[in-house]
Design a protein around this ligand. Structure first.
Ligand SMILES: *[C@@H]1O[C@H](CO)[C@@H](O)[C@H](O)[C@H]1NC(C)=O
Ligand SMILES: *[C@@H]1O[C@H](CO)[C@@H](O)[C@H](O)[C@H]1NC(C)=O
Ligand SMILES: *[C@@H]1O[C@H](CO)[C@@H](O)[C@H](O)[C@H]1NC(C)=O
Ligand SMILES: *[C@@H]1O[C@H](CO)[C@@H](O)[C@H](O)[C@H]1NC(C)=O
Ligand SMILES: *[C@@H]1O[C@H](CO)[C@@H](O)[C@H](O)[C@H]1NC(C)=O
Length: 339
């Protein structure tokens, strides 16, 4: 990414990996919020597929030629919702099911870190019925796959909740040359493979890549991560198929990176890229927060080597602040969940 000849030479002359100064250069453009290696990040999350199933399919293989395949990327836990929560909060906060949760307002998130630095963010949710919708389910949209609305610090803040927008807004933002710095795209329950399978989702992704993910305005200075929330086999390691696309170094296209990563790696890569500081949770855990290797190399960040035999299964129920505290658990006879 953005490896000019000058920065390649600069990197080559700096010896090993302990130096700190960012060496990446920025080209003149009208993007706001310069990061050390990228100015925008977009995550697209699929659902519940095993690494080997996805990796055997031609549509996904074809896309892998355009990016860096991460073949040691791991989800945090099961089922879906705690993984989406972890992606923004650095913890599952004890959530261990897919119920209607409200994470208390006082819990910090990546959105706080971004806004403190004047950076912008949006969560694109395919088929969400309206901007800032807080309901549980509507058509093919589900709250459990929304990494922002579950946090009351977002959902109960009239300005912030506007950052939860329909999926179609992404194309509009690209067309208007107005992309946020941090973006998350959740396809609907069919397109994300939840109610279908990896073949169906791969075909959808092929179309989404052509229509949207390959648009020059988006790929310029942007890192794109295709990943899954969790894999489908609870008794096995929670490894998920993940791919980096966008403005990655040309010579790394079609390669595989076997560094140990988790969803906290994405959070920590973002924190390192913009010097955001830390939430002090999983994002600060050296055994779970490795920064994407090509980014780490450009900024001189040293990752932790996690030997294969020490890689956790990440298939456990993790307890915490919200264990037993979903709307369903506290209102066993039903009723209307908080707006
Ligand atoms: C946040 O508020 C909850 C109660 O709503 C409390 O249990 C928790 O300790 C608070 N956490 C922090 C980090 O302040
Ligand atoms: C997905 O479902 C379709 C239609 O039922 C089937 O043809 C295809 O083989 C399935 N793919 C996978 C990976 O299971
Ligand atoms: C996690 O995997 C281990 C090893 O296969 C298995 O014994 C355990 O039951 C799994 N845990 C859950 C919650 O499925
Ligand atoms: C989940 O990931 C593990 C580790 O890669 C893999 O062994 C397992 O096969 C995956 N689940 C399934 C059903 O393939
Ligand atoms: C949990 O609560 C939501 C929101 O009220 C409701 O739609 C859903 O059916 C409930 N789930 C269960 C398993 O009761």
């Amino acid at each position: 990414m953005r490896l000019t000849l000058a920065s390649v030479v600069a990197l080559a002359t700096l010896s090993v990996s302990t130096m700190a100064a960012p060496t990446a250069h920025h080209h003149g453009n009208n993007h706001q919020g310069k990061g050390k290696v990228f100015d925008h990040i977009l995550q697209v999350w699929f659902e519940n597929q095993d690494f080997d199933v996805v990796n055997a399919l031609p549509t996904w293989q074809k896309l892998a030629k355009e990016g860096i395949l991460l073949d040691n990327f791991n989800a945090i836990t099961h089922p879906s919702e705690p993984n989406y929560v972890a992606a923004a909060g650095g913890s599952n906060f004890g959530i261990d099911n897919d119920d209607y949760y409200n994470i208390p307002k006082n819990i910090t998130t990546v959105y706080d870190l971004l806004e403190k630095k004047g950076l912008t963010w949006k969560v694109y949710q395919e088929d969400i019925p309206s901007v800032g919708f807080t309901g549980f389910k509507e058509g093919q949209y589900v709250r459990k796959h929304n990494p922002a609305v579950i946090f009351d610090s977002v959902a109960q803040n009239p300005n912030r909740v506007k950052n939860i927008v329909p999926g179609t807004q992404l194309d509009a933002d690209i067309k208007a040359s107005k992309l946020p710095n941090w973006m998350f795209y959740t396809p609907n329950m069919l397109n994300d493979a939840h109610d279908t399978n990896a073949t169906y989702a791969g075909n959808w992704l092929d179309g989404f890549y052509k229509s949207t993910l390959s648009q020059p305005y988006l790929t310029k200075n942007a890192l794109i991560l295709i990943t899954f929330d969790e894999n489908a086999s609870y008794p096995k390691r929670n490894r998920i198929w993940s791919l980096l696309l966008g403005d990655i170094p040309e010579h790394l296209k079609g390669t595989t990176d076997n560094t140990y990563y988790s969803h906290y790696s994405t959070l920590h890569t973002v924190e390192q890229n913009w010097d955001l500081g830390s939430l002090g949770r999983g994002d600060a855990d050296k055994n779970a927060n490795n920064v994407f290797d090509f980014v780490a190399k450009q900024i001189g960040y040293k990752n932790t080597v996690v030997p294969t035999q020490n890689i956790p299964l990440n298939n456990n129920t993790i307890t915490g602040l919200l264990t037993g505290k979903s709307f369903n658990q506290t209102h066993p006879n039903g009723g209307t969940p908080p707006a």
